[in-house]
Design a protein around this ligand. Structure first.
Ligand SMILES: [Zn+2]
Length: 353
């Protein structure tokens, strides 16, 4: 456990739901875990008890290991208790990959925000601008020029559709502030931005439980990236603004995150995340003092460890997210060089030199 994590309270300790099992974390709320084929090796799903069945929040990726894990739960603790609704917090593959498979199997509907649903459909269909190949020129513009790195990126060109081969062709729209009733409980939708287009977290006042999705995680910081489809985006600012929406929830709310363990200490975690990004911004700004820097040059400053292609794409997007906040705040300038590469420099140096 790192020192920051030790400031949080984990009411279930090291206990995890075993494969094929679920673990009750609050009355009518059950936790299950599915494997992921990444360095981040699991996702948490949350089951909300309904009259005669369940709503599931998030789904896992569409790979056999996830389906096998689902089959074990459906034949075991959920036998005879159908999924009545599939709710996805956002469009990332680990959250929505198996939504179509589950919805078809149970005749259930998918509930999602319009922003997330639209992006899931676009990316699953591999539309130009949000497909794998669109990422390459975007990364090249931001200084990723080493042939082996580009080759690694090229190998990811079918990344999203391979994990989300289909998405239901209709859905029920979630909106900020909406109350979703599941069994005896009402859950309020809290939308958030920066990590994904229109992320939905769920807060139940009766239970004092927050399903935080990827917006607030206990151990790792949420990724935010600038993508090819929105090349001037400012996702870090959006994310920091969104954290405000969670800061007004009770300090002792039980947080159910998509990765890691359930915890208490939401306000502490929000403060840690703010401090983390302030430190990162200071590092990035220092690197841009006196010299023009591309996002690719910032990556090894922010991430001092070897990165695989999957991690590198996140790292580059994250470096760019920090650069763009500084750019939008007027603290760095952004310019395209004769070589076509976009670079950034601290403003005083740019005007002074
Ligand atoms: Zn995500």
């Amino acid at each position: 456990m790192n020192p920051l994590e030790s400031q949080l309270d984990y009411p279930f300790g090291d206990t995890l739901p075993a494969a094929g099992c679920v673990l009750e974390v609050a009355p009518g709320v059950a936790w299950m875990r599915l494997p992921l084929p990444f360095a981040l090796d699991h996702i948490n799903l949350w089951l909300l008890r309904e009259d005669g069945g369940w709503t599931v929040v998030d789904c896992g990726v569409a790979l056999d290991a996830s389906k096998d894990a689902w089959e074990a739960v459906l034949a075991g603790p959920l036998a005879g208790q159908p999924l009545q609704r599939v709710l996805a917090t956002h469009c990332h593959p680990d959250h929505v990959g198996l939504a179509d498979w589950l919805c078809q199997r149970f005749g259930a509907r998918l509930w999602m925000t319009a922003g997330e649903y639209a992006f899931a459909r676009m990316m699953s269909a591999g539309l130009p601008g949000v497909d794998g190949p669109s990422a390459l020129p975007h990364f090249e513009r931001h200084g990723l020029v080493e042939p082996d790195m580009l080759e690694k990126m090229r190998s990811r060109k079918n990344y999203y559709p391979s994990l989300v081969p289909s998405v239901p062709t209709d859905y029920v729209r979630l909106q900020d502030g909406q109350l979703v009733t599941a069994g005896d409980c009402r859950w309020q939708v809290i939308t958030g931005f920066g990590h994904s287009p229109e992320h939905a977290a769920l807060y139940c006042e009766q239970l004092n439980v927050l399903v935080s999705g990827d917006m607030v995680l206990p151990r790792i910081s949420t990724n935010m990236s600038v993508f090819a489809v929105e090349p001037e985006a400012n996702p870090l600012q959006q994310y920091l603004d969104s954290l405000e929406r969670f800061a007004s929830l009770p300090a002792d709310v039980l947080v159910l995150p998509s990765h890691g363990r359930p915890f208490r200490g939401l306000h502490t975690r929000i403060r840690q995340l703010r401090e983390h990004h302030a430190e990162r911004l200071a590092e990035v700004l220092a690197a841009c003092a006196g010299d023009w820097r591309s996002a690719a040059e910032i990556v090894p400053i922010m991430f001092r460890r070897p990165l695989d292609a999957h991690q590198l794409s996140f790292a580059l997007g994250e470096a760019l997210a920090h650069l763009h906040k500084l750019w939008r705040d007027g603290i760095v300038r952004r310019a395209t060089g004769k070589d076509g590469i976009i670079r950034f420099i601290k403003t005083q140096e740019a005007t002074g030199g």
